[in-house]
Design a binder for this molecule. Structure first.
Ligand SMILES: [Zn+2]
Length: 264
């Protein structure tokens, strides 16, 4: 409660100072609140780990980073290893040729996030690129599926990273997979470059995921209401805020009276 309340207040008061960016010119998001992250079988040759270890890294990445945001409704889950032998994810181009990245429909992911290894040099703009991600199956403003390609060329930079760094790299790519672009803030997970010894999200990452996947809260900040939602919504929101504050103050006094340490 305390943590949620604090993060929500921070988000409300700093909403106008966003430094995170979106993958697209507008917000595109998964429709569901729970998204599985699966791994394609049989494509990794040069990154020093198999699909099961990638899944364990995914589990650590979501626990350590994105699933810790109390103001976001999105929950990422490590899924399973999938046999997708009819599609060559190991050597396919993530984008159609051209200046802008138009996702390759031949590699479209039908549901959630798919991680694969890939060794096609054209997918990685330089040998230093660790991985690349595209939400490659979109319907309107809804992401159906996203594809993460780990650089699996024989001289890839991913293989020499520590396990903690690999967790941070996968977490960064997961940020792209659900709609975030790069942040200008250097201590953000979504900063374009890796940051040594990173172990948690930055403040800007919290704001980014909360912007895309806001969790309903019992209080409201200074937003303007759409009249079409109903004339009483604003009044009800303020009423909810007052009731919430009254309950918190009441409980504080009660706990003090009982000589217990207040929790709020
Ligand atoms: Zn990136």
């Amino acid at each position: 409660m305390k943590i949620t309340f604090i993060f929500y207040l921070i988000f409300c008061f700093n909403f106008s100072a966003m430094a995170f960016t979106l993958n697209n010119s507008e917000a595109i998001t998964f429709a569901q609140d729970e998204v599985s992250v699966n791994v394609a079988r049989g494509n990794c040759s040069h990154i020093g780990m198999n699909e099961s270890e990638i899944l364990r890294i995914v589990a650590d990445a979501v626990d350590q980073y994105w699933n810790r945001v109390p103001t976001s409704r999105l929950k990422l889950r490590a899924g399973s290893v999938l046999d997708l032998s009819t599609t060559d994810y190991s050597n396919g181009s993530i984008c159609l040729s051209g200046t802008a990245c138009e996702p390759n429909p031949d590699l479209a992911v039908s549901n959630g996030v798919l991680i694969t290894c890939n060794h096609l040099a054209a997918n990685f703009s330089s040998s230093g690129v660790l991985a690349v991600t595209v939400p490659n199956n979109i319907s309107g403003k809804t992401i159906i599926g996203s594809l993460i390609m780990i650089n699996d060329q024989s001289a890839n930079p991913f293989v020499s990273k520590s396990r903690d760094e690999k967790i941070a790299i996968i977490a960064h790519e997961l940020g792209h997979s659900f709609g975030l672009g790069h942040s200008k803030v250097t201590d953000s997970l979504m900063y374009y470059s890796t940051v040594k010894m990173r172990t948690s999200l930055g403040y800007d990452d919290f704001r980014g995921i909360t912007y895309l996947y806001p969790k309903e809260q019992p209080i409201t900040c200074g937003t303007i209401q759409d009249q079409s939602l109903g004339p009483n919504n604003l009044l009800l929101n303020w009423l909810g805020l007052l009731i919430g504050l009254f309950i918190m103050i009441f409980l504080n006094y009660q706990l003090r009276y009982l000589k217990l340490r207040p929790r709020f």
